[in-house]
Design a protein around this ligand. Sequence first.
Ligand code: NAP
Length: 218
Amino acid sequence: MSLDGYLDTASPGRLRLSNEADFDRVDAERAACDAILVGAATLRNDNPRLLVRSPQRRTDRVARGLPPSPTKVTVTTSADLDPASEFFTAGDGAKLVYCPTGAVATACSQLDRVATVVDGGQAVGMGAVLEDLHARGVRRLMVEGGSSVLTQLLSADLVDELQLVVAPFFVGDSGAPRFVGDGEFPWVPGRRATLAEVRQIGDVALLRYALSARFGDH
Ligand SMILES: NC(=O)c1ccc[n+]([C@@H]2O[C@H](COP(=O)([O-])OP(=O)(O)OC[C@H]3O[C@@H](n4cnc5c(N)ncnc54)[C@H](OP(=O)(O)O)[C@@H]3O)[C@@H](O)[C@H]2O)c1
């Protein structure tokens, strides 16, 4: 996020907040997880590939019997997703789209050939998504945003570790997405989160928080 807590500008297109060294650190985190989740708005705005970039890390994963990159996961209510976007076309790994029952037919008609559409019930709850992912063998899920999914997972106390990187500039526009939106979060003045690490990476700062007893379980 920016110094003033934003994940992006209010304009279309992706804002680069991290530096190369931090993007490489994030690549190592990706390589260490089973699946990566982003919200549908992030797919539409950023068109991310969500693949492990480093050839060595991909080779190491394959040597461990894993696919080169983690499974890609998204959630949507509108099912307004482009099957030609990088999320669906980049990489051979599994892609999962969770949507409410009412959107399954639309999602299948657009995405049947590029992803597995999962019926998330009347309304898709993040707890149910995590349980379904667990049933599919996912043990470590990395959530790369955006604001809406981060807010839901953090406020529902479903996060084991938070890695917050602060970039050295301001966005200064309340129309831009913040790191999280309004919500009732478990960490309040009377229940402070545990700061596990502070690391300088060039001109950005990484703050790691232990948010559950499962922190560090990998
Ligand atoms: N700086 C960073 O590290 C970073 C990382 C990621 C994203 N971003 C930025 O964050 C912004 C996007 O954030 P955002 O908060 O607008 O959106 P988001 O969290 O990426 O996606 C929100 C969308 O996901 C779907 N969704 C979320 N929760 C759902 C649920 N429980 N059930 C069904 N669908 C659900 C809905 O999709 P539908 O609209 O399709 O129904 C919703 O509109 C972008 O500007 C992006 O660039 C920044």
